[in-house]
Design a protein around this ligand. Structure first.
Ligand code: SF4
Length: 180
């Protein structure tokens, strides 16, 4: 029997959700027994975006057009889409700049903060926020499961992936959800 395929990708946030996924430690072996891991932080495989998967896991909020493209591509290739981490679920830390506006946030980060060298400029980098607001994934494409947490515990990630890999619907009970 073919194992279900799982792929992940990340957008605007930090590496915390990726690290939490790796914190599953030896339970990663159990997930590997249940599922074929494609293009995840565990395998480091990069597959063509067109390659279909059963479960797609997206981390991070949507801050620029590149993030938006990643979200659309994963939604298209995955039968089930999981938003992993607060940034993906409601915008999280990157969405704090929604309250002051993108220009003010970039000026503060790259020019006005005391830690910047005099004369520093906002870099011309496509990875920077270019949209008026950071958005959660569900604001751009339909999401099947939201897994909050900053980052979600490795226990939760294991539970969700193992349940989905076995064709079951994960139920996130209160005792599985923690905010650090
Ligand atoms: Fe980082 Fe927290 Fe966002 Fe995950 S939810 S990407 S740990 S800031």
């Amino acid at each position: 029997m073919n194992k279900p395929k799982i792929a992940s990708d990340w957008m605007c946030g930090c590496a915390g959700c990726h690290m939490s996924l790796l914190d599953m430690d030896e339970r990663i072996l159990q997930v590997i027994e249940l599922a074929d891991l494609r293009s995840t932080p565990i395998t480091d495989l990069k597959e063509p975006d067109e390659s279909g998967v059963d479960v797609g896991v997206l981390e991070g909020g949507i801050n620029n057009s590149a993030n938006e493209e990643v979200a659309h591509k994963m939604r298209k290739r995955a039968k089930i889409l999981v938003a992993l981490g607060d940034c993906a679920v409601f915008g999280g830390v990157p969405a704090m700049r929604n309250f002051c506006g993108v220009e003010a946030a970039l000026r503060q980060a790259y020019m006005d903060a005391d830690s910047n060298e005099p004369g520093s400029q906002i870099p011309n980098d496509p990875e920077l926020a270019t949209m008026t607001k950071t958005r959660a994934i569900h604001e751009v494409v339909p999401v099947d499961f939201n897994v909050p947490g900053c980052p979600p515990d490795a226990d939760v990630i294991f539970y969700v992936l193992a349940e989905l890999a076995q064709g079951r619907k994960p139920e996130l009970k209160d005792d599985l959800l923690h905010w650090h």
